[in-house]
Design a protein around this ligand. Structure first.
Ligand SMILES: Cc1ncc(COP(=O)(O)O)c(C=O)c1O
Length: 397
């Protein structure tokens, strides 16, 4: 077996500034403990715990058997881009030509390519905080500068017109919106987006990147609102990013897309993709078409299960002295304020794993060291048992 080389390489400057993933380190530790036979309860999953519905799998199998084993157009098959355009019309009442849609290997890939196509050195990206941890890392790698717009429980972890206005400078190029949000589960209402729009109207050059990956996971019968749907001017300056991962439980399939408001951006994003990864996997795309056309009932059912678990976990954690959970309106995360415990989020998560065998995610890489993120993409049994362990661990401190 080859030995690890003792030589070191001069890595690219831009890579040096990328933070190693704290969350992956904790996940690795949890796996190591499990391998030693320790029963670790994990509330750290970033993906639904359901299997992909069978008819979606079947569509991919059929495509494979019919010979879908070759390159497709780099930006995705015409069938899938048409299905996405139809979905955007059906759900968001937005008009897109298939040529404006770039399908990549996951929403993460789509976001990276859009930022790649837009950012010049020093351009500022406005990121409401807490944020999905990959946004600032991507911005850094691409030479941009993240400007964090701090939100707290006081604004239900949402931007207000005031917070937004204060963050904008003449270097601001992109505003990232993520509703429902990872890690807080905050969901913007139409009224809240309209309020933000009044500010955005004064800064016509600012582009909005709307990450709608948790769109199908909204609780209490509330509707998903896309800022692009508010008026034609917003539609022309918003890039919508979405994908199949969370809605249809297809994280491993790696399918996501950017719907670009104009041809120029679509061509730029498409060109970057054509020189890096080329098309997303051919037969996975066939499954993607079926998910978009037939998956709504299953998406709704999975959302109902998540809502029940949200209520259960919220109640259980609310009862634990020192913990203050924020009630999420969507996604599958409970963002819990741990400030009263006096322990920072990384120490909290490490010790909880080590001493109580419960894996959670520290808030620090999401922009808040006073919070932890619990995923309710786990069974009710696991949620209940994990909450009991957390309560007795904290009681001993
Ligand atoms: C907010 C947010 N955006 C995008 C993604 C990327 O999803 P995928 O690349 O699986 O489509 C994730 C995944 O965790 C996410 O939480």
């Amino acid at each position: 077996m080859a030995q690890a080389s003792p030589r070191t390489f001069a890595l690219a400057q831009r890579v040096m500034s990328v933070a190693p993933s704290v969350t992956l380190a904790i996940a690795a530790k949890a796996k190591e403990m499990q391998a030693q036979g320790i029963q670790v309860l994990s509330l750290s999953a970033g993906e639904p715990d359901f299997d992909t519905p069978d008819y979606i799998k079947e569509a991919a199998i059929q495509a494979l058997q019919k010979g879908a084993t070759k390159y497709t157009p780099a930006t995705g098959t015409i069938e899938l881009r048409r299905a996405i355009a139809a979905k955007l019309k059906r759900d968001q009442n937005l008009n897109f030509e298939p040529s404006q849609i770039i399908v990549g290997t996951g929403a993460k890939h789509a976001i990276f390519n859009v930022l790649f196509a837009l950012l010049n050195e020093g351009d500022e990206v406005l990121i409401p905080s807490p944020y999905w941890l990959s946004y600032p890392e991507m911005v850094t790698v691409l030479g941009g500068r993240s400007v964090f717009l701090k939100t707290t429980e006081a604004t239900s972890f949402k931007l207000t017109p005031d917070i937004l206005k204060k963050g904008i400078t003449d270097r601001s190029k992109i505003l990232i919106l993520n509703s429902p949000s990872n890690p807080t589960g905050a969901v913007y209402s139409r009224k809240e987006l309209l309020d933000l729009m009044t500010v955005l109207k004064n800064f016509p050059k600012l582009i909005v990147l709307s990450d709608e990956i948790y769109e199908k996971l909204i609780f209490g019968g509330a509707a998903h609102e896309s800022i692009a749907s508010l008026d034609p001017e917003m539609a022309q300056r918003t890039v919508i990013v979405n994908g199949m991962s969370k809605a249809y439980s297809m994280t491993g399939w790696r399918l996501g897309y950017a719907a670009c408001p104009n041809k120029e951006l679509a061509e730029a994003v498409g060109s970057i993709q054509s020189h890096s990864t080329s098309n997303p996997t051919s037969f996975a795309q066939a499954g993607g078409v079926t998910a978009l056309e037939k998956g709504e009932d299953d998406a709704r059912k999975m959302c109902q299960v998540f809502e029940k678990r949200r209520d259960l976990l919220f109640d259980l954690i609310s009862k634990i002295p020192g913990l203050k959970p924020f009630k999420p309106g969507g996604a599958f995360y409970l963002f819990v304020n741990i400030a009263q415990t006096g322990i920072d989020s990384v120490t909290f998560s490490n010790r909880l794993l080590q001493e109580a065998h419960v894996a959670v995610v520290p808030g620090k890489p999401f922009g808040s060291d006073e919070h932890i993120r619990l995923s309710f993409a786990a069974s009710e049994k696991v949620l209940t048992e994990a909450s009991t362990r957390i309560a007795s661990w904290l009681a001993k401190k």
